[in-house]
Design a protein around this ligand. Structure first.
Ligand SMILES: [Zn+2]
Length: 391
């Protein structure tokens, strides 16, 4: 480093595992011994790191190991779904400590849903402290910087709601809100793929279709946070289906869970949930397989455009697709390999989501932790009595 490393930067080295001892920090940063000692003692004093007495012995006195203290605080998180919401408290590594699921209809609106969420967090927290930040994933387009929901047609009662100040009244810490698919993409990438690749496209196929883009290791949000809203890209030969957005043949209107159920009912199948579709796929029902595979082809059309634009290493398919994955992915593959450029598909992998719905909770926690534990945030909070920025 060409200038003196700050306390916040030293914390990043310890969090990432690049530096495990005071000597490591000196070597990596070029800081003098007293300067290293000063920064380390500040981090110890703020409860951000702990010392482990045992280090790798090299004959003499074993060096004291420094370790980021994942138990030094907690992050209440929630992943809101249309009818089901996952609520949890995570530690500072993003791991879920305690979790509960609630059946809440998000259309009841923020004045009902948000107090219920906060009551649940308080119960789960049960005095655990300190709370360093709060993270929320919502099934709507979100203007990320403001935490404002911007979706007029889904979650109508939430349109234009600025969520962070409402939560900060009870939890006076940084509150971060993002689109549900973005937080799932972040969780899936960090936990499953971060060590091997930096570019991932996550496509959620559920009641609606959305995508989250990890580019160069970071979430791609676009100018206001609307990147990845692929659900309303039209497909060819969709048959003229009117989408809820008012356009024809959006991929959402022909290949979402809602569309698959509608198409199967039109063919005389008695299905009311995705679990019913799963059961038919498992039983090998040919007509169901054909409908799901066609949905996969339409998805493949839109995903191939995204692959040409973004060149991801892996496309991860998630959502309520459990047993549907095989017929769906064969449809997706068929079209992607026809339509995408050879270079973009040379080593492209298409995988099923590994973490499942729990990825949203971890993603929410990571979004908060990347913010409150960033070098800038840690340095900005330096000298304040509390341990964390914003507390
Ligand atoms: Zn549409």
């Amino acid at each position: 480093m060409s200038r003196l490393a700050t306390t916040g930067e030293v914390l990043q080295l310890i969090r990432s595992g690049e530096a495990l001892t005071r000597a490591d920090i000196g070597r990596v940063t070029g800081l003098s011994r007293p300067a290293v000692a000063l920064r380390v003692s500040e981090l110890l004093g703020r409860g951000l790191i702990v010392e482990d007495a045992e280090g790798p012995s090299t004959g003499g006195r074993p060096p004291v190991r420094l370790r980021f203290d994942a138990a030094g605080g907690v992050v209440p998180v929630a992943s809101l779904g249309a009818s089901r919401t996952q609520i949890a408290v995570c530690d500072l590594a993003g791991d879920v400590l305690v979790r509960t699921d609630l059946d809440i209809d998000v259309e009841e609106g923020p004045e009902v849903v948000l107090p219920l969420l906060m009551d649940t967090w308080e119960k789960l927290l049960d005095g655990q402290a300190p709370v360093v930040g709060v993270g929320l994933g919502v099934p709507a387009t979100v203007e990320f910087a403001a935490g404002r929901t911007e979706s007029a047609r889904v979650m109508a009662s939430w349109t234009g709601v600025v969520i962070p100040p409402i939560i900060a009244e009870r939890f006076p810490v940084p509150v971060l809100v993002d689109n549900d698919v973005n937080v799932i993409a972040m969780g899936e990438h960090r936990v499953v793929y971060a060590s091997e690749l930096d570019d991932l496209l996550f496509v959620k196929i559920s009641t609606r279709i959305g995508a989250g883009v990890i580019s160069g290791g970071s979430i791609l949000r676009g100018a206001l946070g609307a990147a990845g809203e692929i659900g309303h890209i039209p497909v060819r030969d969709g048959g003229g289906v009117l989408c809820r957005c008012g356009n024809l043949d959006c991929v959402d209107s022909v290949a979402s869970g809602t569309a698959i159920l509608r198409d199967l009912r039109a063919k005389g199948r008695e299905v009311s949930t995705m679990a019913d579709v799963t059961a038919l796929v498992r039983a090998g029902d040919a007509e169901t397989m054909a409908v799901v595979r066609q949905a996969g082809r339409w998805l493949g059309e839109v995903i191939s455009g995204a692959v040409n634009l973004l060149n991801p290493s892996v496309v991860v398919l998630g959502g309520d697709i459990a047993e549907m994955f095989q017929p769906l992915v064969s449809g997706v593959r068929e079209v992607i390999y026809q339509r995408s450029t050879q270079l973009a598909t040379r080593s492209l992998r298409i995988e099923r989501s590994t973490l499942g719905p729990g990825a949203g909770l971890t993603g929410c926690a990571l979004m908060v932790l990347d913010h409150v534990l960033s070098a800038d945030a840690v340095d900005a909070a330096s000298g304040r009595p509390a341990s964390f920025a914003g507390c």
